[in-house]
Design a protein. Structure first.
Length: 256
């Protein structure tokens, strides 16, 4: 029974991280109708940069127990690359899906070289920092790594936050209107270009945060982009393109 719960918690943890990346993919497709193959590259970039950020923070005297906050901050900071990439993708918005896939696949290859240039070909990892700082939660006969539980809670909080943001804020309502009818929104005075840049930045940020959160439990490697994008598209196929609830359900199925 203990082994079953260990596998279950590990699967839910993987699903929590996978949901963040798939949610970014769903958000971008739902609004911009772009199938972004580069979502796996954002994930890998978040993982590598998260390791670097934690090492910098520890050298600067930041308490090791705060490394989770450092990982979250590093993922958020990487969102700054979103507008530049969105400007590049703007050239294929109204073209055939094949052009979109080719361009985003080209981004995957470019990011692969960027990762190799800055971090080398060898896998990078944080060691046993998560276990050393947070230990385990004991629930009867079951022991759950505290870090895994924190990441699951953080992913649930982010999912609820995105849902509330899209449903209850003025920006969210404008966003949904733009996704439904771009031309009408533009005619009513919505700055569609700025809206698209904001959405893509948010989608990028979800991917980089997901990558940053996974590194205390797994090594960052050059294989991450391809491996992750396969799983992310499996989530999308199960949950349906453009559906955030579907992304959550799909992530749980694939993770478990």
């Amino acid at each position: 029974m203990t082994a079953f719960f260990d596998i279950l918690i590990g699967g839910v943890f993987h699903a929590a991280v996978l949901f963040l990346v798939a949610a970014g993919l769903q958000l971008v497709f739902g609004v911009q109708k772009i199938v972004n193959l580069a979502c796996g590259s954002f994930y890998a970039l978040g993982a590598y940069f998260g390791i670097t950020a934690v090492n910098w923070a520890l050298k600067a005297g930041v308490p090791p127990s705060l490394f989770l906050l450092v990982l979250l901050a590093s993922g958020v900071v990487l969102g700054v690359i979103g507008p530049a990439i969105e400007a590049l993708l703007r050239t294929v918005y109204d073209r055939d899906e094949a052009f979109q896939l080719l361009l985003t696949f080209a981004l995957v290859l470019m990011f692969q070289d960027v990762l190799r240039f800055f971090w080398g070909a060898n896998p990078q990892q944080l060691g046993n920092l998560a276990m050393e700082q947070y230990g385990k939660l004991t629930l009867g006969a079951v022991q759950v790594p505290t870090y895994n539980a924190l990441v699951i809670v953080a992913s649930v909080a982010i999912a609820l936050g995105i849902g509330a943001f899209l449903q209850r804020t003025r920006f969210g309502r404008i966003l949904r209107a733009t996704a439904e009818n771009r031309e009408m929104s533009e005619a009513l005075g919505v700055n569609v270009r700025w809206m698209y840049a904001s959405v893509f930045t948010l989608g990028t940020m979800l991917g980089t945060v997901g990558g940053a959160l996974v590194v205390p439990t797994a090594a960052a490697s050059l294989d991450m982009p391809v491996e992750l994008v396969v799983e992310a598209f499996a989530v999308v196929v199960i949950g349906g393109l453009g559906s955030m609830r579907g992304a959550l359900a799909g992530a749980l199925i694939v993770g478990l």
